[in-house]
Design a protein around this ligand. Structure first.
Ligand code: HEM
Length: 156
């Protein structure tokens, strides 16, 4: 996962207009410490040509004592999430799947789920959510990123 990833994403949800976005995701490996990440997205507002910054978040992924994974993040809109997950290896693909354990500072989001699928230098990310309006997990985000640099922030 370590490195800088860039690509395109698509957003949707039953209650909103679909949209496309650009994403830069940086994973920084820190020996013996949780993996750190920085996700920045850029979106075009209606009628505009330029992409402007949209959702940003920073977080950490660590391995728990029971070998589950924990993802903790803080998001630019004020939300914070803790998700619990696991990792599986399927031939040449590595998949990390997470479901929310705690969601803070958001009146709408009830639960979330994320997956990261790593195959060579391609990373496919998905995010689903259930809200106070839509009471089951539905797709909100999907993006496909390519590794553009081998190291994260620490070694640049
Ligand atoms: C990863 C955590 C995220 C969560 C939990 C989240 C949650 C939400 C929620 C609850 C809504 C309102 C849905 C409704 O009105 O029924 C929403 C709308 C939206 N989200 Fe996200 N979102 C996330 C990430 C992103 C990202 C990465 C983008 C990328 C650009 C994005 C773009 C949007 C847009 C454009 C809307 C519709 C307009 C708006 O309400 O601002 N979201 N999101």
């Amino acid at each position: 996962m370590e490195g800088i990833w860039r690509g395109q994403g698509h957003g949707e949800f039953p209650t909103i207009d679909p949209f496309d976005y650009r994403e830069t995701l940086i994973f920084t490996r820190r020996d013996g410490l949780p993996l750190a990440y920085d996700q920045r997205t850029y979106k075009r507002n209606k009628g505009q040509i330029e992409f402007v910054t949209s959702h940003w978040e920073n977080g950490f992924i660590r391995i728990l004592e029971n070998e589950e994974l924990e993802l903790v993040n803080a998001q630019s809109g004020g939300r914070a999430e803790i998700l619990i997950g696991h990792i599986e290896k399927l031939n040449s693909l590595i998949r990390m799947s997470f479901v929310s354990k705690a969601l803070l500072n958001d009146k709408q989001v009830v639960s979330t789920a994320r997956t990261f699928e790593l195959k060579g230098d391609t990373l496919h990310c998905e995010m689903k959510m259930a809200t106070t309006k839509i009471d089951r997990l539905m797709q909100h985000l999907t993006s496909t990123l390519q590794k553009v640099a081998p190291y994260g922030i620490r070694k640049q």
